[in-house]
Design a binder for this molecule. Sequence first.
Ligand code: PEP
Ligand code: MG
Length: 878
Amino acid sequence: MSRYVYSFGDGKADGSAEMKALLGGKGAGLAEMTNLGLPVPPGFTITTEVCGLFFRDDGWPEGLQEEIDVALETLEGRLDKRLGDHDRPLLVSVRSGAAVSMPGMMDTVLNLGLNDTTAAGLAELSGDARFAWDSYRRFVTMYGDVVLGIHYTRFARAEEDFCGDRTVRDLSIDELKELVERLKQVIADAGSAFPTDPKEQLSHAIDAVFNSYNTHRARYYRKTHGIPETAGTAVSVQAMVFGNMGGDSGTGVGFTRNPKSGENGVFGEWLPNAQGEDVVAGIRTPHPISQAAKGEGISLEQALPDTYEALGDMMRRLEAHYHDMQDIEFTISQGTLYLLQTRTGKRTAMAAVRIAVDMVGEGLIDEEQALSRIQPKSLEMMLRPVISPSAKKKVIAHGLDASPGAACGRVVFHSAEVQEYFDRDEPTVLVRVETSPEDIQGMTVAQGILTARGGQTSHAAVVARGMGKPCVVGCTELHVDYSRELFYAGDTVVRKGDWITIDGGTGEVMEGQVDMLSADTEGGAMDKLLGWADARARLQVRANADTGVDAARARGLGAMGIGLCRTEHMFFQPDALRAMRRMILADDPQSRQRALQDVLPIQREMFVELFEAMDGLPVTIRLLDPPLHEFLPNRDEDVSDIAKELGIRVDALHARLEALEEANPMLGHRGVRVGITTPEVYRMQVRAIFEAAYEVHRDGKEVHPEVMIPLVAMPEELHRMREEVVQTAETVIGEYGGGPSYHIGTMIELPRAALLAGEIAKYADFFSFGTNDLTQMTYGFSRDDMGKFFPDYQRLGLLPDSPLAVFDVQGVGQLVQIGTERGRAANPRLKVGVCGEHGGDPTGIGFFHQVGLDYVSCSPYRVPVARLAAAHAALGLL
Ligand code: PEP
Ligand code: MG
């Protein structure tokens, strides 16, 4: 028979950290801390297994009640207190705790066990009537909200009406008692009843916590974080310790290292004379724990120095024990410190890297553990934009710097509206007094989040950091008026739809759109980590770059060459575009040649930049790929302008445009087909490549050009193109009296090419899988039109992710594998890589490693992601 309940307390627990799946993160942490001899109030944990049975059978499994009764009796015995007893009343908290933490998603009930009798008893026992009735007040509201489902704003309103101009702290004891009655009336008015029997309170509270696992917001969180639905939550029932018992009491949340920067040392916030929910809910702005930290109010270090010391010691012990940064909750009750939770702390990408690297230095973990702790994708977040130092900005308010990075968007006050803006491709900043779990969906799609209240550990701050989203919280200068859809910041009025910029690294809120810069990532912890990654990776990482600037940036981020230069991007420069248009519209070979002669120097200059930036490394240059009409105008006014510019008649231009029009350009006259039918275009490009190569080579740099032919479907296409390329290359080398050695290869982006790879490989020195086209051609949908049906497919669960973003191992993967095997069998020296978007996608990288590819190539900012993913693949972590 299963065991459903595990006790902890008095330095000994039935469970341990290893039992996280069964006891949830919180339950396992409480057990482990108990075993370590740390001060944990006693209690018991009901397992995650019960959660599954609860939903399956719509009630408690047989035997649970008896186990709870026994655990409760043990708890009562340990404390010599009894639930419902007047003289020595036991109060408990009932808290959720899933195996994978879902911060702020599920419910908690505190101060359970209070009724008129026990509240009076508590007042006598503690000698503090205010504390007793204040706890009762909190309990009635929490029970009404969480267990009975009456929205907390109804209690808040009743409280406001009752207090008038005063706050709860100003009420007399009799008034507090009256307020409790008023709050009970809110419950009665809603048609519910407040149970006076604490055992009844307990069983309903346990049910409520289980039910909170299944709310819309919790399910959405699990879906977006890939947490299985069946995992369930545990419920921990624990003796209350009170942070609201005067000036030497309080409650707080602390991290063993700074969760934003990773800096070593206690970081966190506390609130004197308060209970836990006050910190998390962001109702009062908390004070810092350490004196050195920025923030308002008296630090814990200053207020209770001995407690501060003790807390620091315990936190260091926990970190050393878990070998990772911990996020803890504590309560100080009349000078006595208790730990209520420990878990691995959430952190920004930047902090994660710094902590992992520092911990290797401190001997807490080894290099491979450090690598395994960083999600490759998270490195992209480190490359988030920052406000340009030279930007003109008007700061209208300051808040707390909750999650770094700058964000700019239109002001929106409601989450549902954020989605509407998002659907129209309009960036937003979600502005709220405070966020709650209902806002998750809006937070997911907003560029940034700004709240008027709350601290570094408020809902908004924690969730935004997890998402890697810029966020400013506790911006008390903001007065948000939801009904008029505006906020005031001093004299400035900002309305819905107005642009603002926030800086989550400084806490600044700025008017309008402020200039941003890409993040500077050179040097430091990331470089060290990626050095360890390179030492273990087998796949090399190159970059897709079309300009000298991009190439230099990619090299700075560790790219070992260029895997794809899309030459067409160069043609969009005004001079090149004009010449290109003349070439496409030319009626006779002579004028076509003249136009190409004008494009040649522009191309050559751009290749020079690329070769210089990549001195010593390979540069793969793809010859023209898109259909020619992409270079021509499609709006009437542009047509007449261009006709004038080129000196041709408007109707003649229209006629030519019509002739070039295609019903399905993705499957049309593009790629090598242009090379076959208009060979002079490719000849010009190859000449530009080798002239540039000669020039850079002559200047003492090492040049390794690789010429790549796109969209090949037939071996014969490549055969002909190879001969063309060799002929032009040798001509140029002959004319200049020298030049570098070079390679000629092809993209594999059509299913037929993958299947005939053995034949194609006879004419190729390398293959580069163009997995963007290969995916669209394998699925048979167009990259451009996918948006029309993909959201429905995703909603219906047919496709969890776009196969253009996350590699389709099952289908397209087969073609990559077949293409590689057949290609290598025919040409053992064939080099094989990938240059589609999946070159920076960890799922794809895991597969490409397995299939034995030589390299991946991705956009410059994803180079660090790919380097780490390549190491993860080699370590078997993908
Ligand atoms: C590809 O198809 O994967 C590719 C890299 O080429 P493009 O995206 O330019 O079509
Ligand atoms: Mg392609």
